[in-house]
Design a protein around this ligand. Structure first.
Ligand SMILES: NC(=O)c1ccc[n+]([C@@H]2O[C@H](COP(=O)([O-])OP(=O)(O)OC[C@H]3O[C@@H](n4cnc5c(N)ncnc54)[C@H](O)[C@@H]3O)[C@@H](O)[C@H]2O)c1
Length: 387
């Protein structure tokens, strides 16, 4: 019986997919796998029994990735599962910023008791008028799951779309419309676009990527959209750019006290992925990834271990070795198996940064002593008998 603990509510259409011999537990301490959305795991102790963490969503800064890797805990996320939900809100954000729709709605509410509201509206509406997005230039920084969807959708609105992503994946490149202009220097986007939207992960290298220097390069009256992470934008610099009129509107999905006090900001309470469809997609994907790892040792969409897929084990046994990415690990692992007379029928070794993963199909079930010896190799973080 495998036990799964949910740190946040996870859609039943996902958890229902666990095999019959799995059960959900309220007790974190007995969990083989943990499913999480936004709950912070930074202060949690990683217990020996925990094998995997499934983040139902894309961002993983609520999870201590290195500490998990060191403890032999594979962390998965669900890239792309909420991309359509975020894309739809980005498009809505762009439209909200193009006319003062929010102000106009406020005006209607404020004048709700006026019998002559229809006539008054005709007089007052010019204060809320704006422009159309068709024919305008949109710059998309980061062309992953979300950025590519936003870029493609904007081409259908008649926008001229510039896309910048020096690390674009092959899959994302395939998904991108041919009408999106490939930009090789982000400054071109800062200098030329009427709307700029960021869809990059938050990292040391991307923190405050929208700052005074970049804002100064932008066209007067530009609209900046941030549905990725709040600290990608320097709030003080943005407040100054809004106050001077350099930026007409800042649309952000990340409320904080500074942005909440910016008059020209359109602030949304982190609704990007808050759709039933996104939550369902994330739950299904997280459960499928976790089940494939617990049942078969396969790793798909991990953020701290390499991808590895050997399908369903047809051999007598399968073991998984999570280890540091240092020389002579395979030699030592296969040496111990050979010494113990265990024949390997298939194996894969993959590495990613500091960590590596070796999955071995064996012709005999290894003895407890063999597993103990593998665990004793310096640099081995966990050995798991998958089958
Ligand atoms: N508002 C929300 O509710 C919500 C929901 C999901 C995701 N997000 C955020 O959106 C971000 C993007 O999500 P995604 O699913 O598209 O991720 P993704 O990993 O599919 O795409 C990120 C892209 O950014 C690119 N990139 C990295 N550094 C870059 C740089 N310096 N310049 C240009 N491109 C760079 C990568 O190559 C990748 O293609 C996530 O990291 C997350 O923070 C927000």
């Amino acid at each position: 019986m495998k036990k799964i603990h949910c740190l946040n509510p996870i859609a039943a259409c996902g958890t229902d997919l666990f095999p019959a011999d799995y059960e959900l537990t309220d007790n974190f301490a007995e969990a083989d796998g943990v499913l999480v959305r936004s709950a912070s795991m930074h202060e949690m102790e990683l217990l020996e029994g925990l094998l995997a963490v499934g983040r139902a969503g894309a961002g993983v800064n609520n999870i201590p990735l290195d500490a998990c890797a060191e403890a032999g805990v594979v962390v998965f996320n669900t890239p792309g599962a909420n991309a359509n939900g975020v894309k739809e809100l980005v498009i809505a954000g762009m439209l909200l910023a193009s006319r003062d729709i929010v102000g106009g709605i406020g005006w209607c509410k404020a004048n709700a008791e006026d019998e002559g509201i229809a006539k008054a509206a005709e007089k007052s509406k010019k204060a809320f008028a704006g422009c159309e997005v068709k024919g305008k230039k949109l710059g998309v920084i980061g062309l992953g799951a979300i950025g590519a969807e936003v870029a493609n959708a904007a081409t259908h609105l008649g926008m001229e779309v510039y896309g910048y992503d020096p690390f674009i994946s092959v899959n994302a490149a395939w998904r991108l419309s041919r009408n999106v202009k490939h930009i090789t220097n982000a400054d071109t986007i800062f200098q030329e676009c009427d709307y700029i939207t960021v869809h990059v992960p938050l990292m040391d290298s991307t923190k405050h990527m929208i700052n005074k220097e970049k804002l100064d390069m932008m066209k007067d009256g530009v609209v900046v959209l941030n549905f990725a992470r709040d600290t990608l934008v320097n709030d003080d610099d943005m407040a100054a750019a809004l106050a001077s009129g350099k930026v007409a509107r800042y649309v952000s999905d990340f409320p904080n006290p500074k942005v909440a006090h910016m008059d020209k900001a359109i602030l949304i309470p982190h609704l990007g992925a808050s759709t039933k469809e996104s939550e369902d997609n994330c739950a299904v994907m997280a459960v499928q990834e976790m089940t494939d790892y617990l049942e078969n040792g396969n790793i798909r969409n991990s953020v701290n271990y390499p991808a590895c897929d050997m399908g369903v084990c047809q051999a007598e046994s399968r073991i998984a070795v999570l280890h540091l990415n240092i020389p002579n690990m395979i030699g030592q692992i296969t040496g111990i198996l050979a010494e113990q007379g265990v024949n390997i029928s298939d194996m894969t070794n993959k590495s990613r940064d500091k960590y590596a993963y070796t999955l071995l199909d064996l012709e005999h079930r290894p003895e407890a002593m063999t597993i103990q010896k593998l665990n004793g190799i310096k640099g081995v973080l966990r050995v798991r008998v998958v089958k």
